[in-house]
Design a protein around this ligand. Sequence first.
Ligand SMILES: [Zn+2]
Length: 210
Amino acid sequence: MEELGIHIGAVVTYQDGFDELANGNYIGRAFDNRIGGFMIAEVARLLRENNKKLPFGLYIVNAVQEEIGLRGAEMIARRIKPNIAIVTDVTHDTTTPMINKNIEGDVSTGKGPSLSYAPAVHNKLLALVEDIAKNKKIPVQWRALSRSTGTDTDSFAYSNDGCPSVLISIPLRYMHTTVEMLHRDDIENTIKLMYETVLTLSPKTNLNYL
Ligand SMILES: [Zn+2]
C-alpha cells in the first residue's frame, strides 16, 4: 500500500457527490459544515454586489476543527477579538429517524433557519435577529439549549473578555452521513437572515442589558 501513497494516518474521503432531489431538496456528504462556508461566502458576495459599506470591520471566517472541539473558532476568536459574532452551523431536522424531538426541539427542513436560546447566545443580539426575521418575513424555528450549543458559538461567546454571539442554524437531515439533506429555501433564508443582520448592526447597536 505504501507505494500507492497510502500510509497509516493517510486521509481518506467518501466519493459520494451532490444530488438534487425533488421539491427543493439537496443531498451530499459533509454539508455539515461546507454549507456554512458557502452561506457566509454568499453573504460576502451580496455585500459586494450591492455595494454595501459597513460602519465596522467584518471578518468572514470558515473555522476548522469544529467537530473536534471548536478549535479553529477558539484560535481565530483570540486572534481577531471580535465585538460580535454571528455563527452558522447545521442543526438536526428532528423528524430524522433516531433524533428525539423532545430533546432536540421541533425543527424540520424547509421551514427556515433555526434560532437558539442558549447560555452562549446573547439574548439582546438574539432579539435583534428575531426582529429582523419578522421584519423581512424570514421564517424561523426555535430551539432551547441548556448547556453547549455544540457549535463555534461556544468558542466565540467565551473568548477574550466575552463576545456577544448568536447562532443561526440551518436544518439538516441525516447529519454526519454521506446523504446529508438540506432544503434550498433554508439555504436562501439563512443567507438572507445573516446578510440583513450584518446590515443592521452598527457601532451604535446597544447590547447592554441595563
Ligand atoms: Zn457535525
